[in-house]
Design a protein around this ligand. Sequence first.
Ligand SMILES: [Zn+2]
Length: 255
Amino acid sequence: MPGDTARDSVCRVKASFSDQLRLLELARLDRDVSAAETARRHPPQTARVQELLAQRQAQSTELTGLLAARDDAQTELSRLETDVALVDARVARDRQLLATSSNAKEVQGLEHELGSLAKRKSDLEDLELEIMERLEAAEASVAAQQALIAATNDEGARLSAEGKAAVAEATARQEAAARDRAAVAAALPADLVAQYDKLSAGSAGAGLLRRRTCEGCNMVLSGTDLQTVRQAAEDDVVFCPECGCILVRTDESGL
Ligand SMILES: [Zn+2]
């Protein structure tokens, strides 16, 4: 047994060529399981959904301000309408008094007041127009903001549904790969699987040696290491000196 050191290149576990080849399938299925788990935990929609939640928060805050501005305009308009109604009532009263008064001084006073009231009403109506324009603009801003929020909600709902579907798909993929993995592992000698499992915690577990390169870590084996691998029997289990995974030798290995 060559290299009986801390960095053994050859293991006492023996395995047929076909079993060693199946280790590559085991490693591929393990990668599938792991990739599916990552996809399940981190669906690509999550980041955008988080972004949209923050966006909706900001949009809602802005809407609150716009609604307050609209309400202010509405309140101001109501107040002006009340003021105009008061002026109208006063004008009606003065006109009635004027129609029945015979006191010259009172008539003069009433006419003077009617003049002031006409000016006051005209001013109020100018102001009313101004506020109505402001109210209209405020209502348009509110409607536009509500449309923005609706669009944000729509995108959020669509992405959440897509995210859920992606998670469900990844979960199914993970379960299928895990089932296949269990079937492949069950058909292999237990000691070989145990060896693979131990190694796969810190490496690819098993990798094809192709053109003198370990496909577990993509490192090219040096001359001495290749020599050790060459000397190993077909049913010896050999390891990559770089990453420690089981090196599976085929015609493509370049030995
Ligand atoms: Zn390697």
